[in-house]
Design a protein around this ligand. Sequence first.
Ligand SMILES: [Zn+2]
Ligand SMILES: [Zn+2]
Length: 173
Amino acid sequence: MVHRLERDGLIALDERKEVHLTKSGKRHADSIVRRHRLAERFLVEVLGFEWWKTHEEAERLEHAMSPEMEQRIQMVLGDPQTCPHGNPMPGVRGRPTKPLERVPAGATATVERIPDQFEHEPGFLEYLDSQGLRPGVDVRVVDLRHGEPIRVMVDGTERTIRADCGQKVWVRA
Ligand SMILES: [Zn+2]
Ligand SMILES: [Zn+2]
């Protein structure tokens, strides 16, 4: 695998034998990420998928997308800046964000994104949705102690959400 990527010029090994993405490797990686995020947007905005359901579907769709299809989807969707989970398209500078656990009790913050690595976590996005938590929603922190379930107000309802949401839900700073 490494040899094939090296042969294709996507990665290079330095003198310490560490792997680095070359410029063309970085472009290639960006293009996969862009197709993935566009596919997620397409599933939500055109096909009416729930935001929490799109990640797995998009993993299949991204491989089927030609550069022309990618461009057309981008145009039809009006050049979206983020995926439905709030993660910016490659090259787009996202807004500053911080994990929910850094919001002091009593303060309100807006959910901005669920970082990429947590999108894949089975059931996690669906769980957030069931608690009313999705990008764009305001959350007031009622009580937050590290490692314990967090009490929040979402849409006028007080809820106790899982402790791991403190690191996995990122809000606008
Ligand atoms: Zn995804
Ligand atoms: Zn996403």
